[in-house]
Design a protein around this ligand. Structure first.
Ligand SMILES: [Zn+2]
Length: 360
């Protein structure tokens, strides 16, 4: 090899490396509920803290984008601008109109509201009215579907099969979509799952109906994200402090196989760990397999067992999962982007000892 040829191939390799790893492409979706100091802490942050979030985004090179622009890019497999952030609010509380909306307007940041039309119809105090929602829609707010009545799709009442219940809730979801179209002239077919609860079967049904679906588990969004289980980072208390939030905002999406993004999520109490769906197929690129760290709610850090060819790993869960919403959160530091972490989360919904569902 001549010197010139060597330099040429060296530069080419460098270019390929930089192109495939250096140009991180990641979006992060934040989920808020209340912006108020008077509402339950676990779904709230103060107006002052919310302003700190917006200021941090503005001053640190983030692009706050509209949800439909992100989804259009993902659907088309088009490049996402790096450090893209989407702001969303669930449930449609009045404090969003009173506190968050004026601030977001001032920062000129687009955002999305996921509402329950069945709740709006009841005119309950604390919830946005159609008149307020219309005013927000006129200001360019994207308003989308959080189900008709905020019922979980998986918590089947006694005397009904899981399939019957899910079918009923999905019929209501479509009714809800029609109400949004009639009242606000918006029908995006974006659905934020109440309580973030779903099964692989529900994912398939929603995909068949062309819905894009948002969960409540953590993780970054990229071109390999399953559009029927898009992660969102909760940004209310206790996750509202800037430092931990900054790590999440800079996070990157693992390349998790499509099959692993449709796992068995419903678990009976005391299910032996070996029967859990804890296998994750993943591409090891721009991180070291040895640096993958996984934490399971209620169990702390769990070891992972990599396949010999490093194409997948198993979470070494040693005890039955806690009752309720449980998640495994896995992260690994990026090689090409120091200070940034890949992030993926898998949920399980674990029933109580007598086989009934845990309370919301
Ligand atoms: Zn909700």
């Amino acid at each position: 090899m001549t010197f010139f040829k060597f330099i040429h191939s060296y530069l080419l390799a460098l270019f390929v490396f930089a192109f495939s790893f250096g140009t991180a492409q990641a979006a992060v979706i934040l989920v808020y509920h209340h912006v108020s100091s008077e509402t339950p802490a676990s779904t709230s942050l103060s107006a002052e803290q919310f302003k700190k979030h917006l200021t941090y985004l503005r001053d640190n090179g983030f692009t706050v984008m509209a949800l439909n622009d992100l989804i259009d890019s993902l659907k088309a497999g088009k490049t996402i601008v790096d450090k893209a952030v989407v702001i969303t609010f669930d449930d449609g509380y009045t404090d969003i109109f009173e506190q968050a909306h004026p601030m977001l307007k001032l920062f000129d940041y687009p955002y999305t509201l996921f509402i329950n039309p069945g709740k709006v119809a009841k005119n309950k105090s604390g919830y946005l009215t159609w008149a307020q929602l219309k005013a927000m829609a006129d200001d360019g707010v994207l308003i989308a579907n959080h189900g008709l009545h905020h019922d979980s799709l998986i918590k089947t009442p006694e005397g009904m099969s899981q399939e019957q219940w899910a079918a009923q809730k999905i019929a209501e979801l479509q009714q809800s979509e029609q109400i949004l179209a009639d009242q606000l002239g918006q029908s995006w077919k974006y659905f934020a799952l109440p309580y973030g609860e779903y099964t692989a079967d529900i994912q398939q049904k929603l995909q068949d109906l062309n819905y894009v679906v948002f969960t409540q588990q953590s993780g970054a969004v990229g071109l390999d994200t399953d559009l029927t289980a898009i992660p969102r980072f909760p940004a209310s208390q206790p996750y509202d402090k800037i430092k931990p939030l900054a790590t999440k905002l800079k996070s990157l999406p693992f390349d998790v196989a499509a099959s692993s993004q449709r796992s068995n999520t419903i678990v009976d109490a005391n299910t032996p760990p070996e029967q859990l769906d804890k296998h994750i197929k993943i591409k090891v690129k721009d991180f070291y397999a040895s640096q993958l760290n996984c934490f399971v709610s209620g169990q702390g850090r769990v070891d992972v067992n990599w396949a010999a060819d490093k194409s997948s790993f198993d979470l070494q869960i040693k005890a039955p999962l806690d009752i309720g919403r449980v998640r495994a959160n896995c992260t690994a530091p990026s090689i090409a982007n120091p200070g940034r972490y890949y992030w993926y989360s898998r949920p399980w919904f674990v029933k109580t000892d007598d086989g009934s569902w845990y309370k919301d």
